[in-house]
Design a protein around this ligand. Structure first.
Ligand code: DI6
Ligand code: FE
Length: 408
């Protein structure tokens, strides 16, 4: 066998369901890499003979390997911060009160419109570095703090550039319909027309987005407006997803499911009918415990129903300056378990195989399986549950991205 590198003395949480045990675990395993992909994975005892003199062999000293982590929902590109609103909320103002008074998303919009592209890039790169150090190898980044054509395109360009200059793969999402901009305060429909007829064609022409998202909510876009945007995006061949049922239930998830959305995100207020709908359409449920925690929400997402209807559950940071200024995918593993009562295995699926599904990239990443891209992390842990159990001392020892060992 001719391989580019081999890993031995490792336990591997493949996250491959076909293996038929928790975490798809293979203890005392070996992994062989060829041309950036997994060429062989299995018990070390079964490893075919290979030219050990010509092949770099890495030893994991009995530690665990998992797929590279995937953060499937972030708003990583933004300017400024909203610490003042945090203080207001601690004095009793609600997230919705602040948004309705012209703060919230709109205050970040003002900062982003003023920011130079280079400034947005530099701050976003720092955040991406923080995620990468924790083992993230793929991240989704949304626009949505521009709300005018120029700034939305600027945000997406920054997100695309980050992907080109960083080992972390970036999936970009156009979220032009994130909030109603002040200029259209009394005519949201006119803004939706601009999103569809002005912004979306440019986003597509410049190949700036892999998917389109909308904030479907009482304080943002209604069902009809949301459907228009998602339908236009779908017709243009883009993947679609939705911020839905975060603060109330207005049926966004069901509508998104009927259009074949990859995911519905937040979904604290999703009911059984909605869960059935997303289950039937193969739509993933993206859980965002950071926003739940930071906004001190009390309505829990319907975890038992999601389990009952076998909806793939995803865990993501929703990293953003307003509702989840918590730049840590590892922290989300812990919060998904403590706040939402996911098992550590469910949480880890949420940042690996299921996160890949939500992004529509499950054929290349999210599991350690022959033929998939060689994206994985070596962790200083003796049981996979430790990834969700403890937080603060980063257990990430090594990151391999597309077969390359990353020094960071
Ligand atoms: N829901 C959220 O939690 C974020 N966006 C959204 O639609 C919040 C974004 C922000 O407050 O800046
Ligand atoms: Fe979000």
């Amino acid at each position: 066998m001719q391989w580019d590198q081999v890993w031995i003395d490792v336990n591997v949480a493949t996250m491959n369901d076909d293996i038929g045990c928790a975490y798809g675990a293979i203890e005392d395993a070996a992994i062989a890499i060829k041309d950036n992909s997994i060429a062989w994975i299995g018990p070390k005892a079964d490893l075919p003979e290979f030219d050990a003199l010509a092949t770099p062999v890495h030893r994991g000293r009995g530690k665990w390997i998992t797929p590279g982590l995937i953060d499937a929902h972030t708003h990583l590109v933004f300017a400024g911060n909203r610490a003042n609103e945090f203080e207001m909320r601690l004095q009793g103002a609600s997230y919705e009160d602040i948004a309705l008074a012209g703060g919230g998303i709109i205050s970040t919009v003002k900062a982003c419109r003023e920011a130079e592209e280079a400034e947005l890039f530099d701050s976003a790169r720092k955040r991406l570095n923080a995620l990468a150090k924790e083992g993230v190898t793929t991240v989704e980044i949304k626009s949505g703090y521009g709300l005018d054509c120029e700034t939305e395109l600027k945000m997406l360009r920054v997100a695309r550039e980050l992907g080109k200059h960083h080992h972390v793969d970036v999936q970009t999402t156009f979220l032009g319909a994130h909030a109603i901009p002040p200029e259209f305060k009394h005519d949201a429909d006119a803004y939706v027309d601009i999103v569809i007829n002005d912004m979306l064609p440019k986003v597509i022409e410049q190949n700036l987005a892999d998917a389109v998202d909308v904030f479907c909510e009482g304080i943002a876009f209604n069902l009809e407006q949301t459907e228009k945007v998602l339908t236009a995006a779908k017709q243009a061949g883009l993947k679609i997803k939705l911020h839905a049922e975060q603060l109330s239930n207005i049926g966004g998830s069901e509508m998104a499911a009927s259009l074949g959305a990859k995911s519905v995100d937040h979904i604290e207020f999703l009911d059984e009918q909605g869960v059935k709908a997303i289950s039937n359409s193969g739509t993933c449920a993206v859980l965002l415990p950071g926003a739940f925690y930071f906004l001190r929400e009390t309505q829990l997402p319907p975890i038992d129903l999601l389990r009952q209807y076998q909806v793939p559950m995803v865990v993501a940071s929703d990293f953003n300056p307003g509702s989840s200024p918590l730049c840590s995918t590892q922290l989300m593993l812990n919060m998904a378990c403590t706040l939402f009562r996911l098992t550590p295995e469910e949480a880890l699926k949420g940042v690996t195989c299921n996160a890949a599904k939500a992004l529509g990239i499950e054929d290349t990443v999210g599991q350690i399986k022959v033929g998939m891209q060689a994206d994985f992390c070596l962790w200083d842990i003796i049981t996979p549950a430790q990834l969700a159990y403890s937080y603060g001392v980063n257990p990430c020892l090594s990151v391999v991205k597309a077969g390359k060992i990353i020094n960071q």
